[in-house]
Ligand binder design. Structure first.
Ligand SMILES: C[S@@+](CC[C@H](N)C(=O)[O-])C[C@H]1O[C@@H](n2cnc3c(N)ncnc32)[C@H](O)[C@@H]1O
Length: 310
């Protein structure tokens, strides 16, 4: 069950333990990132450092169910989200970034919903010292990020968080991020919530689902990776063919390997975010973009991803 509360005209609904786990990793990474760069002499780190939140929400933990109703086909794919536990009013990723100390130089919040953008605007009043460095962009995360990434990144570094509900991220966006060689990426991969459901047991996949998977994974080759044909002898001397679908483990590894093919370094063990029935909903993956910064970024990310799983 989700909880709904009203605070000063702002209504929020909150996710369960996996949301806490996710945001805990992000908040700790942001603090480690700005701390690690704080003491660097300016000749060693002459970069403007930014935080980019591509599915920013409201600043507080968000209204997942409301969003599901926007798209009926997506709603069918997201029943697990309904069972999140009610929680107290808690910070979402945007507020956590604004609270990070030492601070970032710039903050970019991207959000498709007009109403949520208005709520993000209120953060400027809550964080007046940071207000002039907060940019709120209303639009589609894929096109906004691709535009941002096409700029000159030679004097910039950033941490970017892609936190979609479902299958909204296009692989071309992930490629654009990697090409900057300046951005560390945290991305939520919709393993159980989306991909595993579109991959039917029989292997017959409707064309529109195939297209969505192609966009998410950036290739059409996934079918051969996720399905194989197995032949078993029958009692009458012939053979019966059956299709065997890959495990969620294989599907997750496939995406992580896709990240490895384009980033300087990628965490080997993404965090599996599970619902209360222990089913995997998402993978929280990390990829470091800058080859020089990658070893330390990866060390921090690996440490955070491991926490709570030991
Ligand atoms: C999971 S919530 C983000 C939660 C947020 N990161 C937090 O911790 O509070 C996803 C958000 O993405 C927004 N959204 C959905 N599709 C989008 C798109 N294509 N482009 C930008 N924002 C989108 C939704 O309105 C919603 O606020």
């Amino acid at each position: 069950m989700n909880a709904k509360r009203s605070t000063g005209g702002r209504t929020h609904r909150f996710g369960g333990d996996w949301t806490t786990a996710k945001l805990d990793v992000i908040a700790r990474y942001l603090a480690s990132y700005t701390t690690a760069l704080k003491d660097k002499p300016s000749e060693e780190h002459p970069f403007v450092k930014g935080y980019i939140d591509a599915f920013a929400g409201t600043g507080y933990r968000d209204a997942r169910r409301d969003d599901r109703s926007e798209d009926a086909s997506q709603a069918l794919l997201l029943p697990d989200l309904a069972e999140a536990e009610p929680q107290a009013l808690l910070d979402g990723s945007a507020r956590l970034a604004l609270k990070t100390a030492p601070r970032f130089d710039r903050y970019v919040f991207i959000e498709r919903s007009l109403e949520r953008c208005a709520q993000l605007e209120l953060l400027k009043q809550e964080f007046p010292d940071l207000a002039k460095d907060i940019q709120i962009r209303r639009g589609d995360a894929n096109s906004e990020i691709q535009e941002l990434c096409s700029k000159d990144w030679s004097s910039h570094r950033a941490v970017l968080f892609l936190d979609p509900y479902g299958m909204q991220v296009d692989w071309t966006t992930v490629e654009a991020i990697a090409r900057t060689k300046a951005i560390d990426l945290w991305v939520l991969f919709p393993l159980g919530i989306g991909v595993n459901r579109l991959l039917t047991k029989s292997g017959d996949i409707p064309e529109s689902w195939r297209r969505r998977l192609n966009l998410l994974l950036g290739t059409e080759e996934w079918y051969e990776e996720f399905y194989r044909s197995e032949s078993t002898p029958t009692l009458f001397g012939g053979a019966a063919e059956r299709v065997v679908k890959a495990s969620t483990e294989t599907i997750g590894r496939y995406f992580n390997n896709r990240l490895k093919s384009i980033f300087a370094a990628v965490a080997d063990e993404p965090k599996v975010l599970r619902n209360s029935a222990n089913s995997p909903l998402y993978l929280l993956c990390f990829a470091a973009g800058n080859p020089r910064g990658a070893p330390i970024a990866l060390r921090i990310a690996n440490h955070l991803l491991k926490k709570g799983t030991e």
